[in-house]
Write a protein that binds this ligand. Structure first.
Ligand code: HEC
Length: 121
């Protein structure tokens, strides 16, 4: 690799990492996410995310710990929170939460899945 190709290679790496930062909860602030969750999501999704909140709905509240949910990409979960789910009690959060807050709460959702994420030291 000559120095010019190496430079553009590094540049595209840099570009890709900024891009992925926008669509992943890897850099989410889980502490902030936890308090958002406790304030906004807990009444339906329950303390542990299993959908055992005080409010019941039809269709029922999603169990956020199950592999079907935890297996989704961060970007997918963030979109679901952003836009809500049509014809369900899961409303859109885009008017209430900033993109950063949606990322933080998604980061917190990852901690609810059993063993889906190695806790950071
Ligand atoms: C009023 C009750 C209610 C509140 C409040 C609520 N949800 Fe939900 N949520 C639901 C229901 C019901 C579903 C299942 C929707 C469906 O069947 O598609 C759901 C589904 C979801 C899903 C999709 C799971 C999947 O199947 O992929 C995510 C993610 C989610 N909620 C996150 C959140 C977060 C984060 C908050 C807080 C910011 C929140 N919800 C607040 C009722 C609620």
């Amino acid at each position: 690799m000559n120095s010019k190709t190496r430079f553009s290679f590094l540049l595209s790496l840099l570009f890709l990492s900024t891009l992925s930062g926008g669509w992943s909860a890897a850099r989410a602030d889980e502490v902030k996410g936890k308090s958002l969750y406790a304030n906004l999501c807990v009444r339906c999704h329950g303390v542990d995310g299993r959908g055992q909140g005080v409010m019941k709905f039809n269709p029922p509240v999603a169990d956020l710990t199950e592999p079907a949910v935890q297996g989704k990409l961060d970007a997918t979960l963030m979109r679901e929170i952003h836009d809500g789910r049509k014809n369900t009690a899961m409303g859109t959060w885009k008017f209430l939460l900033s993109d950063d807050e949606i990322r933080d709460v998604t980061g917190y959702l990852r901690t609810l899945g059993s063993g889906s994420r190695v806790p950071s030291p």
